[in-house]
Write a protein that binds this ligand. Sequence first.
Ligand SMILES: O=C(O)C(=O)C[C@@H](O)[C@H](O)[C@H](O)COP(=O)(O)O
Length: 381
Amino acid sequence: MKVSSRSSERSEAERLVHVPLGERAYDILIGPGLIGRAGGEITSRLKGRRAAIVTDENVAPLYLEALMDSLQTDGIEAVSLTLPAGEKTKSLEHLATVTDMVLAARIERNDAVIALGGGVIGDLAGFAAGIVRRGVRFVQIPTSLLAQVDSSVGGKTGINTRHGKNLLGVFHQPDLVLADTAALDTLSEREFRAGYAEVAKYGLIDQPDFFAWLEKNWKPMFAGGPERIEAIAIACQAKSDVVVEDERENGRRALLNLGHTFGHALEAATQYDSARLVHGEGVSIGMVLAYQFSSRLNLASPDDAVRVEKHLKSVGLPTRIDEIPGEMPPTEKLLDAIAQDKKVKGGKLTFILTRGIGEAFVADDVPSSEVLSFLEGKRGK
Ligand SMILES: O=C(O)C(=O)C[C@@H](O)[C@H](O)[C@H](O)COP(=O)(O)O
């Protein structure tokens, strides 16, 4: 399967996906070795010559020096901040630390905040970039699969609060995304798999051929064959297409939330303890629940739910709530978390449901009593 013609090849291995958002348009470069070339890619697009890098304790020892060297070679003066790894870092406290560091470094509007890390670092640093001086330039250098195919693209930034996931944030598009696929070689299997849930999501939303391709090609993709860059480029193009149509999630963009309504509630229920559940795992369980719920509502065939679960299971992802280690709160509490979802309108629940593989749609006004009894059934009560 070839990525759409809008993604032109820069070299044999590298791909470019352009996100045509008018004055907020940007490029996503996908390929090995981009961290070492970051300085040149940034100076050819951004005017500022100062940068504040935000990274985490897992990523810094692996890639920070190479990034700093590249920036220095191209005349960018950079400082860096290394934060603890994990979802708990997406907090108000860490946001204050990042904004303080960015201001102390005198980052101006034309300078850049650079996120070097996974989705947590990208969401947090992007939020800081969106609010410091009412918006400074932002470069995403995603090092996890999840961040390369999803969170680094589209401009959603944010942090979690005790009320739920991503409840504080702004839309702030990056000016450039450098997805260095060589960085994926140092990811743990668990993190790679978790990112894969977001790859499969695009097939389930509206690209049934892509889902079928993944069912056939996931093994070479996991092993680092050319299928890996292919899949990342397809995912980025799919996301770009949706974001360009509906940047601020007034309609179609909500489809990108397939699996997230349940998934975010499960993450909140584990208090964002990544030893128990990471985001992509919550999305995997959430997507299976979305298909099962659609089938219960007679919208989709039960065979589709079985097919989705079979595939996610075969790559090693969790697909059921009872696979989450430790005690989970009562179902009513999960429903409370769902009621805090950003897609709630006038207190009514919105879910991404489906009529089949690649046939997701936005369902407004889903009765909470239906969700409650469905979830209770899933938990064997
Ligand atoms: O970009 C989007 O739009 C998405 O919904 C992508 C999601 O996969 C991503 O996890 C996003 O951050 C969730 O957004 P939220 O609005 O539900 O917090």
